[in-house]
Design a protein around this ligand. Structure first.
Ligand code: NDP
Length: 288
């Protein structure tokens, strides 16, 4: 058996199209053009690529995009002042600080992110948004796990009642994924580096989410036959070679459906960011 391949570009295109329609309607009905400000500090080449991508997608969909490039030498106070300015700017509906921050201010990442107005927090990292996700009234949800759920829906894959296993418990992927899957009535187990007999747990999964950052760690024998395998991992194993957390070539023979890397979940993240900018704008306008 060979699995159905869930290509990110197909789903990302649908997510972006639905965002584009909503952006158009915000302009026509309310005279509002959603705006996103992305703050980037320093010269990290990978971050620069991500920020360029976000800017390009904003332009494509009709979102006003501002890239705020700050020098490597910026202090915590510089960043907090910039965020205060963006919080107060009515033309900015979404604010995102590109991570990682330079080593000198990295320790202050949490304080800096927490300064973003929760209504403009399009990354969904602010404790207010995390709390809403946990209590079941989600507003702005982290883009990568939200994109995975959207993909399952668009692919017609049922979540309700399924046995789901997530490998990884980070604030960005694993934990929000737990709450999103649980809210959709899956029975969820979260595994991490202290989990004993990991393969025994993962083999129970009808939906398996790998988000650990370990190249090709999930082998075919860890996968239940017919499972939906979502590979969130992005691991650079050579200058031009990216692989996921799943051994794709072997897994594709046993899974029922699987996302490739590259070309899978990664593409959903930027598309969901655009959706979050729309959601943030609607929250600020108090419309549903
Ligand atoms: P983190 O490093 O923050 O978390 C990794 C998690 O995996 C931790 O909870 C860790 O456990 C767990 N883990 C690590 N090794 C093992 C192991 N051997 N067995 C079981 N669990 C293990 O990573 P992120 O969540 O930020 O990212 C995960 C992956 O997803 C990365 O490859 C990253 O590049 C990718 N990513 C992709 C995105 C996209 O757009 N597609 C967006 C965000 C991330 P413990 O908590 O015990 O340390």
């Amino acid at each position: 058996m060979s699995a159905r391949i869930l290509y990110g570009k197909d789903f990302a295109a649908q997510i972006k199209e639905s965002a584009r329609v909503e952006i158009e309607s915000l302009k026509n009905k309310f005279g509002v053009t959603p705006g996103l400000a992305v703050v980037i500090v320093g010269e990290n080449p990978a971050s620069q690529v991500y920020v360029r991508n976000k800017h390009k997608t904003c332009v494509e969909l009709g979102i006003n995009s501002t890239v705020v490039a700050m020098p490597e030498t910026s202090t915590k106070e510089d960043l907090l002042a910039k965020i205060d300015e963006l919080n107060a700017d009515k033309n900015v509906n979404g604010i995102l600080v590109q991570l990682p921050l330079p080593a000198e201010i990295k320790a202050h990442s949490e304080e800096i992110l927490n300064r973003i107005d929760p209504l403009k927090d399009v990354d969904g990292f602010h404790p207010v948004n995390v709390g809403k996700l946990v209590t079941g009234s989600p507003a702005l949800v982290p883009c990568t796990p939200a994109g995975c759920i959207e993909m399952l829906d668009l692919a017609g894959i049922k979540i309700d009642g399924k046995r789901a296993v997530i490998i990884g418990r980070s604030n960005i992927v694993g934990k929000p994924m737990l709450h999103l899957l649980m809210a959709r009535h899956a029975t969820v187990t979260v595994c991490h580096s202290h989990t004993k007999n990991l393969a025994d747990v993962t083999r129970e999964a009808e939906i398996l989410v790998a988000a650990m950052g370990r190249p090709k760690f999930v082998t075919a024998d860890m996968i239940r036959e017919g499972a939906v395998v979502i590979d969130v991992g992005i691991n650079r194993i050579a200058p031009k070679k990216l692989v996921g957390d799943v051994d794709f070539d072997a897994a594709v023979e046993i899974a029922g459906a699987i996302t490739p890397v590259p070309g899978g979940v990664g593409l959903l993240t930027v598309a969901m960011l655009m959706k979050n900018v729309v959601t943030a704008t609607k929250l600020q306008l108090k419309i549903s």
